[in-house]
Design a protein. Structure first.
Lengths: 329, 285
């Protein structure tokens, strides 16, 4: 957006709000919080008071900086970092719930237990394999359908896209009751293989989700370049290799990865077709999370489980943003 | 051609395009409609542990709809959904606007916003529960023994942390699509910041916000992991999804659970349609 110069009054009011917030937090820290958390909250209060002082200093300056926006960014940092710090405090604790936000023990806590827990590793393996299988099966048909929805004037395209989005947002537990009952009745390889059962029932999430993200990815494809390539005589393979893969290939890959991540996080559908002998990570974590002595292990597993999303957010942030932005157009 | 003319470059579907799209369409219909069909069938039969599997008509529906515990659960779900979505939307709107003004910070902010979504639902819920049940929030504010409502609130806070970043990114994308020439023209005309917000930015982002609200409403409506984690036997301070899951996979009362599942889906549809209707009215005004 075009930078604008906020009014002096707006900056002074923002500075006042920052000061009041900082003052309130400092009082909270001094009178009610003890231990290392007090220092942490006092530091946040200090940042807010400094922001207030800076706001007063720049109130009359021609710099196009909004003090409100700076307070908002600080609030955003607190809102995202405090729970992350709490997750680390839980994961590095001795198993019981820590009473302070600042981690008290850096002994490895739940991370050390993760390596020794065979059940957790096999549950994670089943989750990942089933999600990859389900999204892999969904990928090609969903790509064809997404191309049909994006590229043509096919009459029911709006209805089909709405159906895919609605299906992706349906209460999964409803699909689990019906789908799980059907899958458990299947004989043959499904009777012995938890992987096949979970992958089959998770298609109910993977197919609508993959169709949805592929539609968003293909909507931003340079179709005019595709048309131009066709006009100058390029065949289907050349168009695919020279135009489509370099332009929408990364978005399709990232979309597929996100669909796999969401599918792997499913609890309801997996619960309906697994038992104690072979289960997925979310189901096992739910079971473990009920036991207060497993707090560190569950938190550590959650932090590790977030790694693929963190890697994607670090490597291809723009593609993710474009996909998310295209998801509701 | 006027620059305001919208050109639709789509062409009528060819036979080969239809043939390529058909497997996906059939798969999509199969993976959604077959389980839903089975759900409907289970809801009208005496299925589940010890059931005969025979036809019972609408008996399960009558039992579900006549149950006060079911409606207590639905009321809890509605309160959880409404409070979660409202707080999340206001928070995300404020944070996204702030980050929209500070474009330099967007790269690290986007990373911080997206990572919590990767933390599993159970883990987010557990972190929220632990914070209010003996954790740092309980220590700071002297919460003492956390009751079921406090614990459920903790789970909702965990979900708020897990998903608000995603909503911030969605709202930021909507804000970045506001046409810059319109903002510049409003600035040149001497519009105040509030006038620019209400007359230029707000109308441009309303459709996106409506879509985001529908997504979040439906996603919160089906909240399952956290409520399952904190639910105490006999307590109805839980969500509809958790109650259905408890009945289907805990008590193996498949028939009543299926009927409750059908009602839950229908209520989700009503919720989505109502939100879209409200959004249409807001947009028209």
């Amino acid at each position: 957006m075009t930078p604008t110069i906020p009014s002096v009054r707006s900056r002074l009011v923002a500075a006042l709000v920052a000061f009041v917030l900082g003052f309130g937090l400092a009082n909270l820290a001094i009178f009610t919080i003890t231990g290392p958390d007090r220092v942490l909250v006092l530091a946040v209060a200090g940042v807010l008071v400094l922001t207030s002082a800076w706001g007063v200093l720049v109130a009359d300056s021609p710099r196009p900086v909004s003090v409100w926006a700076v307070i908002g960014a600080e609030a955003f940092a607190i809102f995202t970092l405090v729970p992350m710090l709490w997750a680390v405090a839980l994961a590095t604790g001795d198993g019981t719930t820590p009473t302070s936000l600042w981690p008290q023990a850096w002994s490895g806590g739940g991370f050390a237990d993760l390596a020794d827990d065979g059940a957790l590793r096999s549950a994670a393996g089943l989750s990942v394999s089933a999600a990859l299988l389900a999204t892999g099966v969904a990928a090609l048909p969903a790509l064809g359908l997404a191309a049909l929805l994006v590229r043509t004037r096919w009459r029911p395209r709006h209805a089909v896209r709405t159906f895919a989005i609605a299906a992706a947002l349906l209460p999964a537990v409803a699909l689990a009751v019906g789908g799980g009952d059907l899958v458990l009745r299947l004989g043959g390889p499904f009777e012995d293989s938890a992987l096949l059962r979970v992958a089959l029932v998770q298609l109910a999430i993977a197919v609508p989700l993959t169709t949805w993200v592929f539609t968003a990815a293909l909507a931003s494809a340079p179709w005019n370049v595709v048309d131009a390539a066709r006009v100058v005589g390029a065949g289907a393979v050349r168009v695919l290799v020279r135009v489509l893969l370099p332009t929408v290939g990364p978005a399709l890959l990232v979309g597929l990865s996100l669909a796999a991540v969401v599918t792997a996080q499913d609890l309801a559908l997996a619960t309906s077709v697994t038992g104690p002998q072979a289960t997925t990570l979310p189901v096992l974590l739910l079971d473990r999370a009920r036991d207060p002595s497993s707090t560190a292990l569950v938190a550590a597993a959650g932090i590790c489980w977030a790694a693929p999303v963190a890697v994607l957010a670090l490597v291809v942030p723009r593609t993710i943003t474009r996909l998310l932005g295209g998801s509701y157009r | 051609m006027s620059t305001l003319e919208v050109v639709d470059r789509r062409r009528p579907a060819t036979g080969s395009q239809l043939a390529r799209g058909l497997p996906g369409l059939l798969l999509l219909l199969a993976v959604v409609l077959v389980p839903l069909g089975r759900l409907l069938w289970l809801s009208v039969t005496d299925s589940g542990l010890g059931g005969s599997g025979g036809w019972v008509g609408l008996d399960h529906y009558a039992a579900v709809l006549g149950s006060s515990s079911w409606w207590t659960t639905i009321a809890t779900t509605a309160v959880v959904t409404a409070s979660l979505v409202l707080v999340q939307l206001l928070l995300a709107l404020a944070l996204a606007v702030a980050l929209w003004h500070l474009s330099l910070l967007w790269w690290p902010a986007r990373f911080l916003a997206l990572v919590p979504a990767g933390v599993g639902l159970v883990v987010g819920a557990q972190a929220g529960r632990a914070a209010v049940d003996g954790g740092f929030l309980a220590t700071w504010f002297g919460l003492g023994d956390a009751g079921p409502s406090t614990v459920l609130a903790g789970v909702v806070v965990g979900e708020l942390w897990r998903t608000t970043g995603l909503v911030v990114v969605l709202v930021h994308v909507a804000l970045s699509r506001v046409p810059t020439p319109l903002l510049d023209a409003a600035l040149a005309d001497g519009a105040t910041p509030w006038q620019r917000w209400w007359r230029v930015v707000w109308p441009a982002v309303t459709p996106a916000l409506a879509a985001i609200v529908v997504f979040r409403l439906l996603d919160s409506w089906r909240l399952l992991d956290g409520p399952l984690l904190v639910r105490e036997p006999g307590s109805f301070r839980t969500t509809g999804s958790a109650l259905v899951a408890d009945n289907a996979f805990g008590a193996f009362a498949t028939g009543p659970a299926a009927a409750a599942g059908v009602v839950l889906v229908l209520l989700a549809l009503v919720l989505a349609l109502l939100t879209l209707a409200v959004a249409k009215v807001v947009r028209a005004r």
